[in-house]
Design a protein around this ligand. Structure first.
Ligand SMILES: NC(=O)C1=CN([C@@H]2O[C@H](COP(=O)(O)OP(=O)(O)OC[C@H]3O[C@@H](n4cnc5c(N)ncnc54)[C@H](O)[C@@H]3O)[C@@H](O)[C@H]2O)C=CC1
Ligand SMILES: CC(C)CC(=O)C(=O)O
Ligand SMILES: [Mg+2]
Length: 370
């Protein structure tokens, strides 16, 4: 299979985690006789520095001409710490999502036996946690009209949703629930927000088309608590943009780290694959970030190409490293391995070439642990 992949390394840890995914994709391509070519594109703070724009036109053109997009992360403290900055890295990401109509962001959450000790949950509540968050990605408050009053004394962010915007992601979530445990939970704030009441109405109306799916409605404040105390109750969680952003970072705590969770963003054209975390600037260039969110996103990309055997092999490699304690600093601050060492191990696993003298060769020296 021949595929062109647009790669956006981005800022902070974006490049170093994405490079691990690329070396694994290369190993998979070699082994299974595929041809993956990569077109590197700029976005975020890196793009602002080089071109003045957070999303240069060429990036959009290349993404549209590609079979999939692999994305790291964007964001830089010089913008985070300057609330008056007019051009911001995040504008590039939001514009990319909107331009490509990537309206559904799919974020799977599961647990690993070897990481259960990291979770705040009791073991009995963790076993078998497996749910998927469908986060709406191109509407809501992130895309509403933004305004600061002339005197600078007040600011506004509008939140708007239309029925078609809700319906298109709801159909995907219902269809996914049908293939799983047949339960869909709509997370909203329908006791307060007009947009949430529209979400409830649309989901209620659509539910008759999916009679085999049990639908549950939960307010987001309660959901934030239920995710921690009883995550097993969830199968497919459907929610709007900002709520999905927040509850998915929260849900990563169940797995063990924000660095573990992948995502796929799909819409009407090319799909994009990215870890759910941001650019984690404190770790940039230190080779300490967890690459697994990115690597599992690459596995979702392989699934998207229909390469499920290859995707499962990558996931097995991830599980193998976790089971054998080859983990990054966020998982074990003392006995930890570098970003690139974990990438190498997962690549070697996929090639059936695991090193025999692992402990001597790739254990980080104490001096590299910060
Ligand atoms: N999709 C994207 O590109 C996103 C970009 N951002 C941007 O990233 C920048 C930093 O934002 P933060 O709120 O600090 O979120 P963040 O996700 O970058 O980091 C939050 C914390 O999560 C942990 N973490 C995140 N990724 C990790 C990894 N791979 N390995 C180990 N630990 C990891 C670290 O403890 C870190 O301090 C900001 O500029 C923000 O706008 C934030 C979220 C998503
Ligand atoms: C620019 C932000 C909306 C990025 C983010 O937090 C995310 O997509 O998870
Ligand atoms: Mg987020």
């Amino acid at each position: 299979m021949k595929k062109q992949i647009a790669v956006i390394l981005g800022d902070g840890i974006g490049p170093e985690v994405t490079q691990q995914s690329i070396k694994i994709l290369d190993a998979i391509a070699k082994q299974y006789n595929h041809e993956f070519t990569y077109e590197y594109c700029l976005m975020g703070a890196d793009a602002i520095d080089k071109t003045g724009s957070p999303l240069p036109d060429e990036t959009l053109t290349t993404c549209l001409a590609s079979d999939a997009i692999l994305f790291g992360a964007i964001g830089h403290p010089k913008y985070d710490n300057d609330p008056t900055a007019k051009v911001r890295p995040e504008q590039g990401l939001l514009k990319l999502r909107k331009s490509l109509q990537l309206f559904a962001n799919i974020r799977p959450v599961n647990t690993y036996t070897s990481l259960q000790h990291l979770s705040p949950l009791k073991a009995k509540n963790l076993e078998g946690v497996d749910f998927i968050i469908y986060r709406e990605l191109t509407g809501g408050i992130y895309f509403g009209k933004k305004e600061t009053s002339a005197d600078g004394q007040s600011a506004t962010d509008d939140c708007t949703y239309s029925i078609p915007e809700i319906e298109r992601i709801a159909h995907l979530a219902f269809q996914h629930a049908q293939k799983r445990r047949k339960k869909l939970t709509l997370v909203d704030k329908a006791n307060v927000l007009e947009t949430s009441r529209l979400w409830r109405k649309v989901v209620q109306d659509l539910s008759s088309q999916y009679a085999d799916v049990a639908v549950d409605y939960m307010f987001v404040d309660n959901a934030a608590m239920q995710i921690i105390v009883n995550p097993k109750q969830f199968d497919v969680v459907l929610t709007e943009n900002m709520f999905g952003d927040i509850i998915s970072d929260e849900a990563s705590v169940i797995s063990g780290s924000l660095g573990l969770l992948p995502s796929a963003s799909v819409g009407s054209s090319v799909a994009l694959f990215e870890p759910i975390h941001g650019s984690y600037p404190q770790a940039a260039g230190k080779d300490i970030a967890n690459p697994i969110g990115s690597i599992l996103s690459a596995a979702m990309l392989l699934d998207h190409f229909g390469l499920t055997v290859e995707a499962d092999l990558v996931r097995s490699g991830v599980e193998w490293t976790l089971q054998h304690g080859f983990v990054s600093k966020d998982i074990d601050p003392i006995n930890c391995y570098s970003t690139s060492a974990i990438g190498d191990l997962i690549r070697d696993f996929t090639e059936n070439k695991l090193p025999t003298d692992i402990n001597n060769n790739i254990r980080l020296s104490q001096s590299t642990i910060i």
